[in-house]
Each structure stands twice: as structure tokens, then as C-alpha cells.
Write a new protein. Structure first.
Length: 303
């Protein structure tokens, strides 16, 4: 009975744009901000992720003040991009972005524009380009232009857009009626975690994390998500959130809502949670977003 439930869940959550990875129990495995050991959101990390065993690569998109889209995670420069001071990405021009440099081991090169990454992704039709929209906009025009550009650059269609802002996803849906969209649900208990959010390392972050409760992702919540964003849609959650919502994978499979899971606490914590979920519920998510080696992670989940 448990085995049949697992098979049914995997089939119900199967992604239409590429085959599931048989090496990872049916889950897609995406490289978080590119392959490890290279600067995050760099062309080198994207190329390495595509060349490796991952099924896709997850990147972060933001917009410069002149409307050009670039790859960058944080709201401010300084941690991964140097040479322009500590500024909001939205304050920078394309010329300033060209003059900036990636930090860390393997850095020293200019941070990429989105068009650079799309050229790499265009040559990889079998692997998913997982692009997170980091900023919300008051009107849909910039997002509509972004989506139109991505559709033109990636005619193979093997790409997705995610965001923590439902409003941004609704803007995307206005331009792309058929593409998969994923809502990222932030667990406020991680408000102190370095690099995960703007509150990290601040007194407010400490207060929030101490007082926060886990997000409650009920069957009705999933139904509302599907109704407001439109299918195909999914939810992207942390392992800690998955643990607090043991019914999530079952409810999501029943409503054809896909689930991707990541772990602020790292790949080992994610693998441990997935093993526990599979043993208890008989379900696994549609995919995972990891920081390390894909094959090692899949072995850890399967073990």
C-alpha cells in the first residue's frame, strides 16, 4: 500500500517539461544558484551545473535602474558583487554592473546579465532553467517584458519562474498562460539565517525568528494558490516548513500542485527530512533545490 501511494504521488507531481530524474527517486534536482565551489549566480556556476548531474539550475533575477535584468540574490551588493559599494541593485546602471566583479573563490569576473545566462540555458533543452524573481513591482509591465524575452530566448520551454510574491506570479501568468510558476514560502523561523533574507543578522531578525510560527499550508490554502495564480503551479518550501505540514505532499498531489523543497539548514538536513517524510507518509516532492553534489544527495535520500 505504501509503495503504491509513493508511485501515485510521483506520477501526480511529474513535471511536464522534462523527464524526472530516475537517479533521485523521481525528484528533479536543481543546483541552488549554480554549481557549488563557484561564485553563486555566475556564468561559470551555471555552466558547471548544466554539465553536472543536476536536472536544472536555480538562479536569481533582479532589475537595474535602466530596466536591464541581471543575476543577483541579495537586495544589496557587497556580499557577492564588489566594486560598486553597498547599493541596491535597482540603483545601479548597466555600465556600473559591467564594472563590478564577483567575489570569492573563482570570482574576479563581471556578474552576468540575464541575457548571458539565457544564452547558456538555450543550449540545454533537457535541463530546467529555474529563475526566481526577487523583487515585486507595482505594475506588470517590467515583468511582462521579462517573460516575453525569456520565451523568445528559450524556445525549448524548459524553464520556470518562481517568486515569494503572489502578485509577481500573477503578472507572469498574464503573459505566460502555460508555464509553470512556483510560489516560494519563506519560513519566518529562519529570519536569523545568514544569506536567506534581509533580516539576517539584525535584532529584528532575532525577534522574528524567536516569535514566529511555521506557515500553515492547508488543502484550502493550496486550492486558493491554484485559483489565484493558475495552473500549472507549485509551492517551494523549506524542509522545516515541510516538517510542520506533514499533509502537504499528499494534499498537493491530490490537487496537481507541485512541491519543491530546499533547506536553509543545508543538504544533510533536507535529505534527513525527506527520508522521514517518505517513511511516514509515502510521498516525495516533485523536486529539490540543493547546494551540493546531486548524486551524493540522492544517495543520502535513498539510503
Amino acid at each position: 500500500m505504501r509503495a503504491s501511494r509513493l508511485i501515485a504521488a510521483v506520477l501526480a507531481a511529474a513535471l511536464p517539461w522534462s523527464g524526472a530524474s530516475a537517479a533521485c527517486l523521481g525528484m528533479q534536482v536543481h543546483a541552488h544558484r549554480g554549481a557549488p565551489a563557484l561564485p553563486e549566480n555566475s556564468l561559470a556556476s551555471i555552466r558547471a551545473a548544466y554539465a553536472g548531474a543536476w536536472d536544472g539550475v536555480e538562479i536569481d533575477m533582479q532589475r537595474l535602474k535602466d530596466g536591464t535584468w541581471v543575476l543577483h540574490h541579495d537586495l544589496l551588493t557587497g556580499r557577492t558583487v564588489s566594486g560598486v559599494g553597498r547599493k541596491a541593485v535597482l540603483q545601479l546602471s548597466s555600465d556600473q554592473w559591467r564594472d563590478a566583479r564577483l567575489t570569492g573563490a573563482g570570482g574576479g569576473t563581471p556578474p552576468p546579465f540575464l541575457t548571458d545566462a539565457l544564452r547558456v540555458a538555450a543550449a540545454q533543452p533537457a535541463k530546467t532553467f529555474n529563475a526566481e524573481l526577487k523583487v515585486i513591482y507595482r505594475d506588470c509591465a517590467p515583468v511582462s517584458e521579462l517573460v516575453a524575452g525569456m520565451k523568445a530566448a528559450l524556445p525549448h520551454g524548459n524553464w520556470m519562474i518562481t517568486s515569494a510574491f503572489p502578485e509577481a506570479l500573477r503578472c507572469v501568468r498574464g503573459t505566460d498562460r502555460q508555464g509553470y510558476l512556483g510560489l516560494i514560502v519563506f519560513d519566518p523561523r529562519h529570519a536569523e539565517s545568514p544569506g536567506s533574507n534581509p533580516l539576517a543578522g539584525t535584532p529584528l531578525g532575532k525577534v522574528v525568528s524567536q516569535r514566529a510560527a511555521a506557515p500553515q499550508l492547508t488543502r484550502q490554502w493550496l486550492a486558493n494558490l491554484a485559483a489565484t495564480v493558475g495552473a500549472p503551479v507549485g509551492v517551494h518550501v523549506d524542509a522545516l516548513t515541510l516538517a510542520a505540514n506533514p499533509q502537504l505532499l499528499r494534499d498537493a498531489a491530490a490537487q496537481s500542485v507541485r512541491v519543491f523543497v530546499y533547506a536553509v539548514g543545508g543538504d544533510a538536513a533536507l535529505a534527513q527530512q525527506l527520508r522521514a517524510t517518505k517513511q511516514r507518509e509515502g510521498y516525495l516532492p516533485s523536486g529539490v533545490i540543493i547546494d551540493g553534489d546531486a548524486q551524493a544527495f540522492c544517495r543520502a535520500v535513498g539510503g
